[in-house]
Design a protein. Structure first.
Length: 315
């Protein structure tokens, strides 16, 4: 049997052990482990890479600890606007949504766009109306609220017009540590088909209408059976400028690099050169996986049928 693999991330950034309590750390590790196990079970039963990716992401969206679905960050206006994308490496079909509100699982909506819309990318009200038409589950604003994200937003919501007082360590820490938290998954199924998906609330205090890299095919999410499936997390603007996920695919296709080497070039050279903090996870159609980041930490996990099983947070 060929190798089947799932890899997930729950965001990257300045995640330091000294800032964690054992309880919070355990909660994150459990959240990652559950998502890994549920999507691994899909693959083990012969399910598709797309379904494995979706299963992991629904669970992570429902987990308030991660910045996607429930627990998404607040925009400058104090609401949640979420982005998500999914891509199937078999035929390059893809679905993405941006700036959606009140959608319980944006990754479900992105999948619906991929399968049933004749389009690839829907945004704002059009995406929300499509969700209603397709019977996608909606939730009231309160569902998405988390005290932790609210406090984080409150601390910086007025900061737009000021340069930050860097002597205020608490504020600086809030800004540094907690701005990422997106969730992503990539999978290679028993048939050697690969898929990628990413879902996010974006960045705290983002301007309303701002769209990050996560839902942009080629920037934060990409999958092609010929090369790789990639999901990114980090400072989205730089990932968009780098067309980061597709660049990994190009390095593999045109330069013959391995998955690991291609991701290393993009994350540790190209993104670093433009201060693009973050990381990415990837698989290829042989079931190889790589999880690479240039930040202090990245919530992540990987599991395959050859005995690889890991969940980790720090470098
Ligand atoms: N890349 C996401 C964005 O810029 C943020 C993240 O990865 O946490 O919207």
């Amino acid at each position: 049997m060929s190798t089947f693999t799932i890899a997930i991330h729950g965001g990257a950034g300045t995640i330091l052990k000294e800032d964690m309590t054992p309880e919070i750390e355990e909660a994150y590790m459990n959240g990652l482990q559950q998502a890994l196990d549920i999507s691994y079970a899909v693959l083990k039963e012969g399910g598709t890479a797309v379904n494995a990716v979706k299963a992991a992401l629904v669970l992570l969206e429902d987990n308030v600890l991660f910045n996607a679905g429930k627990g998404s960050v607040f925009t400058k206006k104090g609401v949640q606007e979420m982005d998500a994308a999914i891509m199937n490496g078999i035929d390059l079909s893809a679905g993405a949504v941006a700036g959606v509100r009140n959608v319980r699982n944006p990754i479900e909506l992105a999948t619906e766009v991929m399968r049933n819309s004749n389009h690839v990318f829907l945004s704002g009200k059009g995406a929300n109306d499509f969700a209603i038409k397709q019977g996608i589950k909606l939730e009231p604003d309160e569902y998405f609220f988390s005290q932790f994200r609210y406090d984080q937003w409150k601390a910086i919501r007025d900061s737009d017009n000021y340069s930050l007082d860097h002597t205020n360590h608490h504020l600086e820490e809030l800004l540094r540590d907690k701005k990422f938290g997106t969730v992503g998954a990539v999978a290679c199924d028993v048939d050697g088909n690969i898929a990628a998906g990413t879902s996010t609330g974006g960045m705290t205090n983002k301007k309303y209408g701002r769209i990050g890299d996560s839902p942009m095919i080629g920037a934060g999410t990409y999958a092609n059976n010929k090369t790789c499936a990639i999901s990114c997390t980090g400072h989205g603007e730089m990932f968009i400028m780098s067309v980061a996920a597709y660049d990994v695919s190009c390095l593999m296709e045109y330069k013959g690099l391995s998955l690991q080497d291609a991701m290393d070039v993009v994350v540790n050279k190209k993104l670093v050169a433009i201060q693009g903090e973050g990381g990415m996870i990837g698989v290829d159609a042989e079931g190889n996986a790589a999880l690479i980041f240039n930040s202090a930490g990245m919530y992540r996990g990987v599991k395959n049928n050859r005995g690889l099983a890991e969940v980790a947070i720090y470098k």
